[in-house]
Design a protein around this ligand. Structure first.
Ligand code: ITT
Length: 194
């Protein structure tokens, strides 16, 4: 089965490629020569996941899914959340976003946070939603060089290392994205066995 992954984020693509069954042939936006940016205009993670999947489904008429993810920090009223990619500004980098989080967290004793991924699958004109959440906390300073985004400051609950200090295999065993992708794969396998 072919499935397009409606993402422009190569790190996400790499993580998901390692998680998906061999029976599913994952096509990236590069594979289908789709280069324009998909504008994320919605105000929730759920709606943005949906928007990305429908955008590519309507453009290609092929089954596809979108992933929208965000870091939600309790002491910051669950921000940056849907604004995770542009928390420090539209053209800012991952390290600018991390600096802003650490600055906002300076005086906070509650460092609880969670990563959330919503996957929207659009298949034969119908949408299916899968959620993955991992709880954890915000580190005092960035550590590690693996992964992307906020990985250097996120310590999953029960772990000592940040996501960026873990191998991709270790992150993929526990991450928000792997939980959501696991649900997606189960759904597809169940459907194929009917
Ligand atoms: P696409 O929309 O093209 O998929 P994106 O990078 O814009 O890629 P999102 O809007 O879903 O993706 O992600 C928002 C940001 O959240 C992302 O740029 C990262 O900074 C952060 N993020 C998402 N997943 C993450 C993860 O697994 N680890 C660390 N940071 C992550």
């Amino acid at each position: 089965m072919q499935l397009i992954f409606a993402t422009q984020n190569q790190h996400k693509l790499f993580e998901v490629t390692k998680l998906i069954d061999l029976s599913i042939q994952l096509l990236s936006l590069n594979d289908i020569n789709y280069t324009p940016e998909i504008e994320e205009t919605a105000s929730t993670i759920e709606e943005n996941a949906s928007l990305k999947a429908w955008h590519i489904y309507n453009h290609t008429c092929n089954n596809c899914f979108g992933d929208d993810s965000g870091l939600e920090i309790e002491a910051l009223n669950m921000e940056p959340g849907v604004y995770s990619a542009r928390y420090a500004g539209v053209h800012k980098s991952d390290s600018d976003n991390i600096k802003k989080v650490l600055h906002e967290m300076k005086s906070k004793t509650n460092r609880a946070a969670q990563f959330k991924t919503i996957i929207s699958l659009v298949m034969e004109g119908k949408e299916h939603i899968f959620e993955g959440i991992i709880q954890g906390s915000i580190a005092e300073k960035p550590k590690g060089v693996n992964g992307f985004g906020y990985d250097p400051i996120f310590i999953p609950k029960g772990q000592r290392l940040t996501f960026a200090e873990m191998s991709i295999e270790k992150k993929n065993r526990i991450s928000h994205r792997s939980i959501a992708v696991g649900k997606l794969v189960n759904f597809l396998n169940h459907r194929n066995s009917l």
